[in-house]
Write a protein that binds this ligand. Sequence first.
Ligand code: SAH
Length: 372
Amino acid sequence: MENLSWIQKHDEIFFKNSFSKEDIVYLLSLEGQEEIEFLRQRAYDIATKESGEKVSLRGIIEFSNICSRNCCYCGIRKDAKSVKRYLLSREEIIEIAQKAAVSGYGSVVLQSGERNDEEFIKYVIDVVKGIKDRTKSEKLPEGLGITLSVGEQTEKTYKKFYDAGAHRYLLRIETSDKKFFSKIHPPDQKYDNRLNCLRMLKKIGYQVGTGVMIGIPGQTIDQLASDVLFFRDIDADMIGMGPYIVSQSSLMSSKGMMEKKSLLLLSLKMISATRVVLKDVNIASTTALEAISEDGREKGILFGANVVMPNLSPVDVKSDYLLYEGKPGMEEGSDEYNTDLIQRIRLSGREILFDDWGDSKHFKRRKCLNII
Ligand code: SAH
C-alpha cells in the first residue's frame, strides 16, 4: 500500500509539464534507492528522446589561467600567488583544434580566466577566426563549432566574438540566489551584471549556457530548486553544473566541502531534475563529477546529461588550470585524446556523436518559434 502511494506520487510529479519549486525540492530530496532509480530512468528517457540517442563531444581547451577576478571559490583567482600563469599561443590552440577535428570532435570549448583588456579580446578573436579557417573539411564544411567561456564582457565584445565565428557561450550564474552570490564573490562582482551578460548573449544570437556549483558551503536545497527554475525562466539552451570542490588556494578553503558520496548523489539528482523540468536542453556531464568519483561522468550521462567535455589542454599546462583539488587526467602521458573516457561512455550504453556541432535542440526549437 505504502509502495503504491509513492508510485502514484511519482507518477504525478515525474510526468508533469509544469513544475513548482516544491516539486523540484521533492525530486532533489529523494533518498531511497528505488526512488532515485525512478528519477534517473525518467531523466534518461527524456534525454534520449529529446536530445538524441547519442552523446555529443566538446573538446575543452583551457587556453589561459590568467585572471583579473577573485571569485572566492576558485583556485586560479587573481590573487592566488602560488599559481603558475600561462597563455597558450594562437598557433598552439589552432593545432590542438585541428587535431581534435581530425579525430572526430565536432566542436571545442575555449575557456580561460577572465580578462577584459583589448589585447586579450583581439587575441580571442584571432584564435576563433584561425580555428574556423583551418578546421573546414568535407565532414565539417563550416569548421569546428566553437563555444566560448571567457567570463563577463561587454555587449560589443560578445558581438565581436560572435562575428568571428563563436556560436555558443557558457557563463555560469554560479547560484541564482542574489544574496548568496554576493557571499561567494568579491564586492566588485555583481549578480545583476552577470544576469545582464546572459541576456546580451542571447540577444546577439548565441546558444547560451549557464549553470551553478552544487554543494557550496551554506547552499540549501531550496536554492538549488530555484536554480532549476532560473534555468527554465531565462530559457537557457545549455546547462553545465558540477559539484563544488574545495581548492586550497581559494578564499573559501577553510569552509571545506560536502562529503563526496552525498555530493555526488546531490549533483546527479540536480542533473536529473534539470532534465525532467527543462527537457530539450544540452546538459553537460562535467569534469568535476569525475574529480569526486572515478565513473562520475558516465553516471552524469546515465542521470540525463547528453554532452561530455574531454580535456584537450596540453599536459604541461593542465595542472596549472586547477580550479579545485583532485581534477582528473593531470598525469604526464595521460590519455591525450580521451579515448578511454569515450570508450567508457560507450560501455555505459550510449553512442558518441562524431563530426557534428551537437547544437542544443532547445535552441533550434526556440529559433523556429521566433521565425513563425
Ligand atoms: N572565466 C570563465 C571560466 C571560469 S572557470 C568564467 O568566468 O566563466 C569555469 C567554472 O569553474 C566556473 O564557472 C565555476 O562554476 C567552476 N569552478 C570554479 N571553482 C570551482 C570549485 N572550487 N569547485 C567546482 N567548480 C568550480
